[in-house]
Design a protein around this ligand. Structure first.
Ligand SMILES: Cc1cc2nc3c(=O)[nH]c(=O)nc-3n(C[C@H](O)[C@H](O)[C@H](O)COP(=O)(O)O)c2cc1C
Length: 218
């Protein structure tokens, strides 16, 4: 059987003590084993090696039709072209990330700004923006220091609605969120993350790997 290609975006600026990287390390191998397919991972460590910030030429190119933009700003689009190719080649997307100020870290926002491109990854219609990429399973392993993703909510959630909306624009709608929160109050946050990962694998993962992508644990 062919190998599944997984594109991994690591978004934490932290390394050994990163809770989101640890969360992914305790979720992904188990999920991959249950899939019964070999997984080939392409890792983009946005936290350790942030992408260049978007430039004037890139922003100017976005207001032009794609063919004109390519002709006039080809070189300025090369990083974006490469990231889009990398995403398009993947069978699955995995985003490993902390919450920063109620939403995604700046390094992930930068990746988003480089892959969401009119007439390349989405098109505009009378009904609004429509994605041009084929849908594929997208898993978001997210950690937070405080009480995110809870009812009653103590912090506004600009993370999940934002990611759903912006990934939806380019055609990625099959999104599963897995979270471990309240880590700032834990004596051993990495141990809490391991417990959360085990709980998620026990309670939600079989549903997540089928059609239901709304799985969540407290
Ligand atoms: C710049 C910054 C902003 C943060 N903003 C929030 C926040 O809005 N809500 C929250 O619950 N935690 C927030 N945190 C805490 C992180 O989400 C938490 O420490 C998380 O476990 C970090 O994951 P990491 O270890 O993988 O980097 C923030 C941390 C940083 C560095």
């Amino acid at each position: 059987m062919n190998r599944l290609k997984l594109l991994m975006l690591d978004c934490s600026p932290r390394r050994d003590n990163s809770t989101s990287r640890h969360f992914t390390q305790h979720l992904l191998p188990a999920m991959a084993a249950r899939l019964g397919r070999e997984i080939q991972i392409t890792r983009r460590d946005l936290g350790a090696e942030p992408l260049p910030a978007i430039t004037e030429a890139y922003a100017e190119s976005l207001v032009l039709p794609a063919d004109v933009a390519k002709e006039r700003f080809g070189a300025a689009l090369s990083v974006s072209d490469g990231l889009i190719r990398e995403l398009d080649e993947a069978d699955m997307l995995w985003i490993s990330t902390p919450v920063h100020n109620f939403t995604v870290p700046a390094v992930l926002k930068n990746w988003i700004d480089l892959v969401v491109r009119r007439d390349v990854t989405f098109t505009t219609t009378e009904r609004g923006k429509v994605g041009l990429l084929r849908d594929r399973p997208t898993f978001v392993a997210v950690t937070a220091g405080g009480a995110m993703f809870r009812e009653p909510s103590l912090q506004p959630d600009f993370f999940r609605p934002y990611l759903r909306a912006v990934l939806g624009v380019i055609g990625l709608e099959d999104i599963t969120f897995m979270h471990a929160t309240g880590l700032a109050f834990a004596d051993e946050p990495l141990a809490v993350v391991e417990t959360k990962a085990a709980q998620w694998l026990r309670e939600c993962e079989p549903r997540a790997m089928s059609a239901d992508n709304t799985s969540s644990i407290a």
